[in-house]
Design a protein around this ligand. Structure first.
Ligand SMILES: [Fe+2]
Length: 289
């Protein structure tokens, strides 16, 4: 039984704390944790001294498969566990892998060493953002879909993201199963990929509308935003910035913390930091239904 549960931030998030110095996180009830995760969307486990190896072991209890992430540095000792400390910049709100159709249900983070200052992981509840959004902004995002397009992607790069197989035909079989996705194979055997999706999605648990997407990360990179090739107007960008600022929640890391975030409902990001000793690791997975 989980004995100590408190609120995390101002929303639905929860903190599960260890009841003593040597409590083993692997002995927590899988069923209870899953129920807590479904209802709260963000669970922080504190005081269990979680390492990257333990994060992987614990996450296995809830996962049917793991996803690759070539944008991060993998750690050799544990498959599918990556460091998130490649840079020290702030990271804007985004869902993990939100620019492509092969997205994880859950993103896990564990902290080995927090930054002395800054480096908090931030999160935003997409259900709350959608409820609080102005009528005209909602109308915009109902009417216009988001576009994520990638040109001339070589097979080996594509295979760093998905297990597409070694040949183009193998890869086609995988790509054909993705929804809201189209692709073409160019004369030089590279791929052009296009993923069109709404900025508003249904949450995995509860089927609620959530503004959970990769839009702001695209905007900060200067990418085209909408299906018609347009970008955000200054007015819309200002309004969104205010909305994100108002509803930012944060995890102020302690060594040994583990966080579990519902990627269908919550976006995450981080504050910048200047401490090169910070060590935070992540793994992303499809969850057991
Ligand atoms: Fe991320």
């Amino acid at each position: 039984m989980i004995s100590k549960i408190e609120s995390l931030g101002t929303g639905t998030g929860k903190i599960v704390s260890s009841t003593n110095d040597c409590e083993d996180i692997l002995r927590l009830s899988q069923e209870e944790i899953l129920e807590l995760f479904k209802s709260s969307g963000v669970v922080l486990f504190r005081g269990f001294g979680v390492t990257p190896i333990v994060m992987k072991q614990f996450s296995k209890k809830f996962s049917c498969s793991y996803l690759k992430d070539p944008t991060k540095t993998s750690i050799e000792s544990v498959d599918f566990v990556n460091s998130v400390d490649n840079g020290m910049d702030a990271s804007p709100p985004h869902t993990e892998h939100g620019a492509n159709p092969y997205q994880p249900d859950v993103i896990w983070f564990c902290c080995q060493t927090p930054a002395q200052e800054g480096g908090e992981t931030l999160f935003w509840d997409g259900v709350q953002l959608w409820k609080e959004m102005s009528k005209h902004l909602k109308q915009l995002f109902v009417e216009k879909k988001l576009k994520f397009a990638f040109e001339n992607v070589p097979l080996d790069i594509l295979n760093q993201w998905i297990d597409g197989g070694e040949t183009i035909d193998d890869c086609k079989q995988v790509l054909d199963n993705f929804e809201d996705f189209s692709y073409q194979i160019n004369e030089d055997s590279t791929f052009s990929l296009k993923y069109i999706r709404s900025a508003v999605v249904k949450t995995k648990y509860g089927n609620q509308d959530a503004f959970a997407n990769f839009l702001w990360a695209s905007h900060t990179r200067g990418w085209e935003i909408f299906e018609d090739g347009s970008k955000l107007s200054n007015e819309v960008a200002d309004e969104l910035q205010k909305l994100y600022d108002k509803f930012t929640q944060e995890i102020s890391w302690q060594a040994g913390d583990l966080a579990m975030i519902d990627n269908s409902r919550f976006m995450h990001g981080r504050r910048k930091f200047k401490d090169n000793r910070r060590r935070v690791f992540t793994t992303i997975a499809k969850i057991l239904d």
